[in-house]
Design a protein around this ligand. Structure first.
Ligand code: NAD
Length: 269
């Protein structure tokens, strides 16, 4: 089996220093577990320090770090990069998974505060993290940045105004930065997950704001995805096997955004 490259297993992330925002839950946590299992040092970042610490406590191996950070605030992001530099001296991979969803109020009934917080966390937070991390990566010879976009950044979802705009912004941020930072050896990619079972979607379902049956009927694969589905895509994009891939927004959505026929995609039994 051709499972080794340069003495390391294909997809190995051995000794990589990987900063993951939103690591206390959902997709960020799944990425932390998968990346640590492939040999990475994880810096688990979250607004909730207990969640970040909980993620680290669950990881195999040593050499991980948990930090409380609000990615929407520049001083908080600067403190994060200073702490990582002091501990590890470099950042090899950044995964921007911190994000918030919104209620689905009609746009005509929304207020500015609601819009602003979602843009601040999802879009400005990604921008601040990319900028602060790339300043380090440029000095150390390069790295990989992975952003979390969404199907909401690709197709129009009524009433998910700020969330969709933030994710469309994250996709374009990814393309711009990939184009600008390739000369520094920095690859910048995004994944655009479809509906995935995480705390974020479980909460929306519990509140009656996500209809699982409707999602299944609209999905060619007839299912929601798992956090591991997304983490595996992130791990590939972070690996050396993806060395010539930069500036892409990879759908991880079971063909949800590819589907365009008028009838149900998955009628079921
Ligand atoms: P989640 O709610 O399970 O986890 C998000 C984490 O981000 C939480 O631990 C939260 O505390 C943290 N966070 C929130 N605001 C923060 C801030 N200001 N600073 C630092 N951390 C903060 O959500 P998830 O489902 O894992 O989603 C992760 C990312 O993937 C989000 O950007 C989300 O928009 C995106 N996404 C999720 C889905 C899905 O179906 N779950 C689909 C498409 C895209």
């Amino acid at each position: 089996m051709a499972s080794e490259v340069g003495g390391l297993p294909v997809g190995s992330l051995a000794e990589r220093v990987v900063v993951i925002t939103g690591a206390g839950s959902g997709l960020g946590r799944a990425a932390a577990e998968l990346f640590a299992g492939r040999g990475a040092h994880i810096v688990a970042v979250d607004l909730a320090v207990d969640s970040a610490s909980g993620t680290i406590d669950g990881l195999l191996g040593e050499g991980h770090l948990a930090l409380q950070v609000d990615v929407s605030l520049q001083p908080s992001v600067d403190a994060l990069t200073a702490a990582v530099l002091a501990r590890f001296g470099r950042i090899d991979v950044l995964v921007n998974s911190a994000g918030i969803a919104e209620g689905r109020a009609p746009t005509l009934e929304q207020d500015l505060e609601h819009w602003q917080r979602i843009i601040d966390v999802n879009l400005t937070g990604s921008y601040l993290m990319c900028q602060a991390t790339a300043r380090i990566m440029r000095e150390t010879g390069g790295g990989v940045i992975l952003n979390l976009s969404s199907i909401a950044g690709v197709i129009g979802l009524p009433r998910r105004t700020a969330y969709s705009a933030s994710k469309g912004g994250v996709s374009m941020l990814t393309r711009v930065l990939a184009s600008e930072w390739a000369p520094y050896g920095i690859r910048v990619n995004a994944v655009a997950p479809g509906y995935i079972h995480t705390a974020m979607t479980e909460k929306l379902m519990a509140e009656g704001r996500l209809d699982v049956d409707a999602i299944v009927r609209r999905s060619p694969t007839g299912e929601m995805g798992t956090a591991t589905d997304v983490a595996e895509a992130l791990a590939f994009l972070a690996s050396d096997q993806a060395r010539f891939i930069t500036g892409v927004v990879l759908p991880v959505d079971g063909a949800y955004t590819a589907y365009g026929a008028p009838e149900d995609a998955f009628p079921g039994d």
